[in-house]
Design a protein around this ligand. Structure first.
Ligand SMILES: [Zn+2]
Length: 237
């Protein structure tokens, strides 16, 4: 059965996602219950589960309300700060939701227990606040070396893998990339293309791992030290 991934803008610049197969679905990082419920109703879908990449409330806000209203299960990292988790996934652990096989990848850096969800049969990955398109999350709990390794781990996925991240920060990230490498023609082209998308109100997601290898200065950093310098510069940008 074909699998559809719907992008659900929420809370300003967050992205929640609805993944459906047949008449069942799961949501990733359902920040806003109403946004997810509306999408379910419009499509006549039943919610099997919500998947949470990390404990920040702008990703988890809709999880408990959806659990109460639909009876869906809640799946996420093993972290005491996440309440109401029915199934905690460890690194490399797999599960199947709505008939879709999922592998959890532990990618610390933004938070220490952050997971990415790899849909192995769909060539898609949900990266939360670890990898953004042309960027990465802030280092709230992890070290630069952890985040550098986490990005490289995501970068090792098949280049055709589509990247669904947690926020629409792409244009700002492209602007930073152009400031880091002013002569990079590809960075300039990408900034223009993303600017046009955003001006039209279109989301920049999904990206692909292949494009990230070309356009993400954080993924391209050759060492943890180089990554740390870039991350510090971006924090001040
Ligand atoms: Zn976060």
């Amino acid at each position: 059965m074909s699998v559809d991934i719907t992008v659900l803008p929420a809370l300003g610049d967050n992205y929640a996602y609805l993944v459906s197969s047949g008449n069942t679905a799961f949501a990733v990082d359902p920040s806003d219950e109403r946004v997810v419920r509306r999408a379910l109703e419009e499509r006549g879908l039943r919610l099997d589960a919500v998947l949470l990449t990390h404990h920040h409330s702008d990703h988890t806000g809709g999880a408990q309300p959806l659990n109460r209203s639909t009876g869906c299960s809640v799946i996420g990292p093993r972290d005491r700060r996440l309440r109401g988790i029915d199934r905690a996934l460890a690194d490399n652990e797999t599960c199947e939701v709505a008939g879709v096989p999922i592998t959890a990848l532990l990618v610390p850096g933004h938070t220490r227990s952050h997971l990415a969800f790899h849909l192995t049969t769909e060539q898609a990955v949900f990266t939360g606040d670890t990898m953004f398109l042309s960027g990465c999350g802030r280092l709230f709990e992890g070290t630069a070396e952890q985040m550098w390794r986490s990005l490289r781990r995501l970068g090792d996925l098949d280049p055709a893998t589509r990247v669904y991240c947690g926020h629409e920060y792409t244009e700002e990230n492209c602007r930073f990339a152009c400031a880091v490498e002013p002569g990079n023609v590809l960075f300039g082209e990408r900034l223009r293309a993303v600017g046009e998308m955003r001006a039209d109100g279109r989301p920049s997601v999904p990206g692909t791992i292949a494009v990230e290898h070309q356009a993400n200065v954080f993924l391209r950093a050759s060492s943890p030290e180089a990554f740390a310098r870039l991350r510090a510069a971006k924090d001040r940008f």
